[in-house]
Write a protein that binds this ligand. Structure first.
Ligand code: ASP
Length: 324
């Protein structure tokens, strides 16, 4: 894509990769648009990239349609365990949490870790205790339940887990990348992880460099898809390195998704902004829900971006039963 923003503010968000059933596409698109606009509102009024990505991801966490915050997938024990990271490209600083069960907006807890903790990454009950110590109230785990249990829209149910390889399952994780008026970059990623995951399983999403990376001097990236594959190629940092080496955001997005397939036969997608303010996105999953707003007012949202010729995409499409 590579639309230029004249280095002004820009926000690009995703609402997960893999397959989005036809009947769900309009709602996914609407959810992504709402989140991008929430982040854009911050940027428009001079807010920081960090404020923008947190605001956008909170909207997606609150929307039970996405696998983050409320409405996240269950693990094998029927529990929701959430992971999140936020990273500030100014000083390469980040805050992350994993396996939390009583936090309504994990992205805000990750921000609390970023700004008010001597550590960068806390997990499980320790992360929840930190939240309480810093004045954040915990929720009841039941508050995180969405509609997955009814099976009304869940891609996990729709795909019939067990019928698709674990390597290509998952979806609806959320992420946001932004550049503010001062040219600073930030990223936020939040997820309930993959459906039916082993208790305590953590994927790429909250891992710095894997699910997210931001460096004002090089670019910003968020990843989604099969965490087990995305971790192996340190997806987000690898994408940022490509931008540091001179590739545009779109060139880096295409290259990293090709690498994901060629090196580890992985499925996923990335969203990027380069230091020139250009945005890029690519995926080899059948769908990637996304929305963006650029400095010139251009806004777009959808559930599919990459061409079928993207490495691995044909295989992903072949695994989808289009009637669901
Ligand atoms: N990457 C996430 C994970 O593996 C899932 C996703 O992005 O859909 O936990």
């Amino acid at each position: 894509m590579g639309k230029t923003t004249d280095k002004g503010p820009a926000i690009l968000i995703h609402g997960g990769a893999w397959h989005i059933a036809r009947r769900d596409r309009a709602a996914h698109t609407a959810g992504c648009r709402e989140a991008a606009l929430a982040g854009w509102e911050r940027l428009e009024h001079g807010g920081s990239a960090l404020d923008a990505v947190e605001a956008a991801v909170r909207v997606l966490e609150d929307n039970p349609r996405f696998d983050a915050g409320r409405g996240s997938y269950f693990n094998k024990e029927g529990r929701v365990q959430l992971d999140a990271i936020v990273m500030d490209g100014r000083a390469l600083d980040f805050g992350a949490v994993a396996s939390v069960e009583r936090v309504r907006n994990p992205i805000s807890l990750a921000r609390l870790v970023l700004e008010r903790c001597e550590h960068n990454f806390i997990v499980g009950p320790g992360a929840e205790a930190f939240a309480v110590a810093r004045g954040m109230s915990l929720c009841d785990p039941a508050d995180l339940l969405g509609t997955h249990d009814t099976g009304s829209w869940s891609p996990a149910v729709a795909l019939g887990f067990g019928r698709v390889p674990v390597a290509i399952s998952g979806g609806d994780t959320v992420g946001a990348v932004a550049m503010d008026v001062e040219g600073h970059l930030a990223v936020a990623t939040s997820t309930g992880g993959t459906p039916d995951k082993w208790p305590g399983r953590v994927g790429d999403s909250p891992l710095v460099g894997c699910g997210a990376y931001a460096d004002d001097q090089a670019g910003v990236a968020a990843a989604t898809g099969s965490g087990e594959s995305l971790m192996k190629i340190v997806t987000s940092k690898s994408a940022v390195d490509l931008m540091a080496a001179g590739r545009t955001a779109q060139q880096a997005a295409d290259a990293i998704v090709a690498q994901l397939w060629q090196r580890v036969r992985g499925y996923g997608g990335v969203i990027l902004i380069d230091p020139a303010g250009c945005v890029g996105l690519a995926h080899n999953t059948p769908n990637l829900a996304y929305a963006y707003v650029l400095a010139d007012g251009t806004m777009a949202a959808g559930v599919e971006f990459s061409p079928n010729s993207t490495p691995g995409r044909a295989e992903g499409l072949a695994a989808v039963r289009e009637d669901i």
